[in-house]
Design a protein around this ligand. Sequence first.
Ligand code: BDR
Ligand code: CA
Length: 315
Amino acid sequence: PVPVVLDVDTGVDDACALLLAALHPALDLRGVTCVGGNAPVDDVVRNTLVALEAAGCRDVPVARGADRPLLETPVDARHVHGDDGMGDLGWAAPTLAPDPRHAVALLRDLCLEAAADGRPLTLVPLAPLTNVALLLRTHPEVSSGIERIVFMGGAADVGNATASAEFNVFHDPEAAAIVLDAAGDLGIPLTMYGLDVFYEPVVSAEEAATLVEAGGRGAAELGGRLVAFQCERFATSAATIGDAGAVCAVIDPAGVSTRPLPLRVELAGTWSRGRTIVDRRDWSGDLAHDPHGEAPTRVDVALGVDGPRYARLWR
Ligand code: BDR
Ligand code: CA
């Protein structure tokens, strides 16, 4: 199995991603780190522990990380994810406790252990990139323990937090810019699973109801309830598995089509701050044609996905 670490802001769809990462035999979930985003970080830690406990996953360390973006003021997404950040399901509090280490310390330890074992990790950030930016700038030596980073964030086309910017990058644009820059310098391959594919894998309200019937407060019931919450909130007959799609992209990379493209994050901009600028010009990367005269990091950008294939993987 592929050793993975998730960085999350759980989050309805982060919870869907955690269930998949905890249970799929192709993955070896080594740890989970939490960051403020969809909800304040303490709620994120609780929601993450709830999801792992429902999956019967009691030995994976979960660490609390950054409670705010590097520069920006935090903006949560309760209108999308509910007041508790995870669908207000009234689920019992977790009996599991978080790891005492800070998220950045846990990430460093896991990466160094992976490097020592000769089995580098795939890091899967599904949230604002604050923890990952702090990790790569503070402990660049972790690069030998990271195989690649597959992150949910950004959009080549339209945004969601604003018309221009996707939520995770909008929430902490400086962190995203640092991750691009540091990964480029350290030679860590990046895959962007952004909004261009995010909404494609969906689960229907009927399928969710079948999952809920499993009961027993296990992974199936929780996953079903999370999908049902989204269908109800947005008055739709199906809901995206969201962040879980990025986990699918690790399990089944052939289900997503990517192109290696230069990527920048807009840090100024009145209406476009936090936008990911994907250079799809035919001559992209040709510095002779670039008035900025510096090479942006090339990222494998997901531009197409087999939605039903990923939805099946999640169910
Ligand atoms: C991203 O923002 C959050 O609402 C979701 O959890 C996902 O990570 C989508 O823009
Ligand atoms: Ca998320």
